[in-house]
Write a protein that binds this ligand. Sequence first.
Ligand code: ATP
Ligand code: MG
Length: 583
Amino acid sequence: MRPPVIRKPRDGWAVAPNMPDYEAARASFRWEQARGALSGLPGGRGLNIAHEAVDRHALGPLADKVALRWLGRSGERRDITYRELRALTNRFANVLRGLGVGREDRVFVLLGRTPALYVACLGALKNRSVFAPLFSAFGPEPLAARIGPGDGKVLVTTRALYDRKVAPIRARLPSLRHVLLAGGGAGEGTLDLDALMRQASDQLEIEPTRPEDMALLHFTSGTTGKPKGAIHVHGAVVAHHATGWLALDLHPDDVFWCTADPGWVTGTSYGIVSPLTHGTTSLIDEADFEPERWYSILRDERVSVWYTAPTAVRMMMRAGLDVARRFAPPALRFIASVGEPLNPEAVFWGQDAFGLPIHDNWWQTETGGIMIANFAAMDIRPGSMGRPLPGVEVEVVRRDGDGVTVLGPGEQGELALRPGWPSMFRGYLHDEERYAKCFAGDLYLTGDLARRDADGYLWFVGRGDDVIKSSGHLIGPFEVESALLEHPAVAEAGVIGKPDPIALEVVKAFVSLRPGFAAGEAIERDILGFARKRLGAVVAPKEIAIVSALPRTRSGKIMRRLLKARELGLPEGDTSTLEAGTP
Ligand code: ATP
Ligand code: MG
């Protein structure tokens, strides 16, 4: 039997955790103080994300330290020091300035994970323009749906991506003034970014930036419907920095690897900003997920802090424990995961594979940074998202008409947060009404369901939309999926509520199998029987379908709404973020 709690040592750490005592840190934490850990623009001219991430290190003792270590798809490597990153981002900001692009103008970036993407992000922020990342695998329609309503003024991309994806929709994007091509090949209607960079000065003084100036435009994953554009401001950097310190335990000597693409909020908040504000070396891998490649990177690059997603963990689990053990990453100290519930099996797998548990944490595009986490020095209750960050107040509530009732320990309800942390979104793009609907009184309602135990640990139940109502019970998909994953044949599981004349809904499971197991009636019966023993007859799936893979968003989330729509023969809705190659 697996233990219900993974205990953390009280002392004797090889690297002392930034937050040795959660309660004490929570009692004394103030956001104003967290702001004090940053330097602000010289001369009291405000707060700019890129200054905190790049310039303050480039102008100090870390100037020649590697800020970004880029690993190319075919084995190339490039190290960029803080000093170099400063010069590159200054040039990019000067290019924008030269084109008459300024404060709060939207700079969309459609690039793979290449250095140009990181330079464009930080350079745009230096120019006080808004960085709006686009996932490079988007096709023309998802691009039009973001650049158009996002009032994109500049697009940074490559010739190949432009020809295939942007040229067909360019006429529909009247706001788009400049298309800058990285890597050459500019022609009519486009500009050669590399040439402009060479001509631009590498000196720049960042103009005064207010903490409330708009900095980032991030689209949500589209798991539950049409993606929403969340607006974030420069002041968010205070949270990016503090949460990296508290929840990811970042130390300046770390080699940090966030595996998320900057097209999603995790890949920007933690794949670009947070590690740089800490002066760490941040790893960028251009290639797509492949278990052996990832294991080699963890080992050969001596990654010490690794921030990834449950889907990746599940895929690595699928490759087998022996592969993990063969690679034995020598410097790994802390592993964290976000984006989907992390099944207890995965937490323990971390221990089996690396001798380290995986620390789940929870947040959303809207919150801009980690809100609930399992911390380095805090005991883990596998299956729990952990406890709220210092400075973050969480409630579990029930909606009552226009208001809410705050629920007590053990009661299941909607996860709500009391705004006040700096990376809270400031609106949904062109959708005031939807934004307003997220609030009741002084609480922000997240749309996720959870439970809090007597010690303040939060347990994810499911998204509000995914919860299943069966024979008078509310069933969270997470609990059912976690039980299914304990079956040795199950690699992935997604469950939905299927309408039923008697029970209202019954649970139907979709599972994919691990290598070596064959689909068939025998295994279906075995899995259903296993689930019934774990969960009881009411909660356990009544039906099962074995599939080759589950539909996932490009950010790695199981799209239960698609499973449901297909099961019921309903329209699929927005599928712009559906991962290519998933069914
Ligand atoms: P959309 O809002 O467009 O439907 P999305 O909510 O998936 O997409 P994101 O903002 O990328 O877009 O994802 C945030 C959501 O991911 C959370 O609201 C939650 O449902 C889920 N999530 C994130 N971390 C966790 C976690 N640790 N445990 C459970 N769920 C998580
Ligand atoms: Mg959401």
